[in-house]
Design a protein around this ligand. Structure first.
Ligand SMILES: [Zn+2]
Ligand SMILES: [Zn+2]
Length: 339
C-alpha cells in the first residue's frame, strides 16, 4: 500500500509498504479522508515542539472498516468510522482521574506515532468511533477538531446561560463557538481579523461576529451583550495580545480558557489575574465523552462543519495541499485529503 512520510522540512515522500496485519483487538480501515490540522502545518515547517521527522501524519481521519480483529465487538466490516487519536497509559494520575487527554505519557497518532496518511490503517478498536448514517466521510474526518471545541467549553465554569467571547475564528475558535451554543450558552461573540473566517462563523450560526481590526473589543462586547458584559473568554489564537485582551475585558472572578497553541512564551498581565481573581484554565484535545457528544451534535446539526471545508486534494497532491494552505492563510479553514 501507499503511504506518505514527512521526512524533513517541507518534504513529503511517498513509499510502498506492506498492508498492515491486524492484532485481535484492532480493526483495519480503508482510509477515505484525512484532515490537515494546524499541528500538521507546524510539523511540515519543522516548527512543532513535540513532533519530529520522519513522521507519517494524519490524526484526523475517516475510514471504512475492511477487517475486524477476533476480539472486537460492535464494529462491522463496511462501517464508516473515525479514530480518537490518543494513546495513553491508563495508569498515571491523570488517566486514573479520567483525564487521559493529559496522560503523563500521552502519544498522539499522527503526531508521535504513525498516522493515517496511508491507504490502510490499523487501529486499536477501543479508539474507534462509528459514524451514524447521514454523516459522510468529510464530516467524519472533521469530528476530531470539532471535539476540541466541545472539550474546551466544558473546561471552565458551566457554560449554560453565559455570554461567551471566542477569540479567533479559525477551525478551533469556530468549533468552540458552535459548541458553546450547543451546550446552552446564552449568546456567543466570535472575533478575528479575517472577514472570511468571520463569514464562515456566521454560516455556522454564530450570530455575533466582530473584526477586531475594525471594531474595538469594547464595542464588540457592547454590541453583542449590551450592558451585561462577557462572562467567559476562550482564547483560540495562541498569542499574548489576545490573552491580555481577555484579561482586560473579563469580569472580576471569571474564567479565561486557553485553547490556542502558543509558539512562544508571551508576557501576560498577571497583576490583574491576581487582583481580580481571574481563573486561567488550559484545555487540550478531549476525552471519550466529548468525542461521542461531538458526533451526536454533528449528526443532529447542532455543530455544522460543512462551511469550514475549504478544499479537498487527492492523496498524490498531499504536498500541494500544504502549499495551498500557506498561500491562502486568511481564506482557507479545513483542508481534506481524499485517499
Ligand atoms: Zn487536529
Ligand atoms: Zn496516563
Amino acid at each position: 500500500m501507499k503511504q506518505a512520510i514527512l521526512t524533513s522540512k517541507q518534504a513529503i515522500e511517498f513509499s510502498e509498504i506492506e498492508k498492515p496485519v491486524i492484532k485481535s483487538n484492532e480493526i483495519l480501515m480503508k482510509v477515505k479522508k484525512i484532515g490537515i490540522c494546524g499541528s500538521d502545518i507546524h510539523a511540515y515547517y519543522g516548527e512543532h515542539p513535540f513532533m519530529s521527522f520522519p513522521i507519517r501524519l494524519g490524526h484526523e481521519m475517516a475510514g471504512e472498516v475492511v477487517e475486524v480483529g477476533a476480539e472486537v465487538k460492535d464494529i462491522k466490516i463496511g462501517d464508516l468510522v473515525t479514530t480518537m487519536p490518543q494513546e495513553f497509559c491508563h495508569e498515571c494520575e491523570p488517566c486514573k482521574n479520567g483525564r487521559y487527554n493529559i496522560c503523563n505519557s500521552l502519544q498522539v497518532i499522527g503526531c508521535q506515532t504513525p498516522g493515517a496518511a496511508c491507504e490502510y490503517f490499523n487501529v486499536d478498536a477501543a479508539l474507534i468511533k462509528k459514524i451514524p448514517e447521514g454523516m459522510n466521510d468529510e464530516l467524519a474526518a472533521m469530528v476530531e477538531p470539532a471535539a476540541v471545541g466541545v472539550h474546551a467549553v466544558r473546561s471552565g465554569s458551566n457554560i449554560k446561560g453565559m455570554n461567551v467571547v471566542v477569540m479567533g475564528a479559525g477551525t478551533i475558535g469556530n468549533v468552540t463557538a458552535q459548541a458553546a451554543l450547543a451546550e446552552g450558552a446564552k449568546s456567543v461573540l466570535i472575533t478575528d481579523l479575517s472577514d472570511y473566517r468571520l463569514d464562515v462563523a456566521k454560516q455556522c450560526g454564530i450570530t455575533h461576529t466582530a473584526n477586531t481590526g475594525k471594531t474595538s473589543m469594547k464595542e464588540a462586547i457592547e454590541q453583542a451583550f449590551g450592558n451585561e458584559g462577557a462572562d467567559i473568554f476562550f482564547e483560540c489564537v495562541g498569542i499574548g495580545a489576545t490573552v491580555n485582551q481577555a484579561i482586560e475585558f473579563s469580569k472580576k472572578g471569571h474564567d479565561i480558557v486557553i485553547v490556542g497553541v502558543f509558539g512562544s512564551t508571551p508576557a501576560i498581565n498577571l497583576a490583574w489575574v491576581q487582583d481580580r481573581e481571574y481563573r486561567i484554565i488550559g484545555s487540550l484535545m478531549y476525552v471519550e465523552k466529548d468525542f461521542q457528544d461531538t458526533i451526536d451534535y454533528m449528526a443532529a446539526g447542532k455543530i455544522n462543519m460543512k462551511p469550514l471545508l475549504s478544499k479537498t486534494f487527492k492523496f498524490d497532491d498531499y504536498a500541494e495541499a500544504f502549499k495551498y494552505i500557506e498561500q491562502n492563510k486568511d481564506t482557507s479553514l479545513k483542508v481534506l485529503i481524499e485517499m
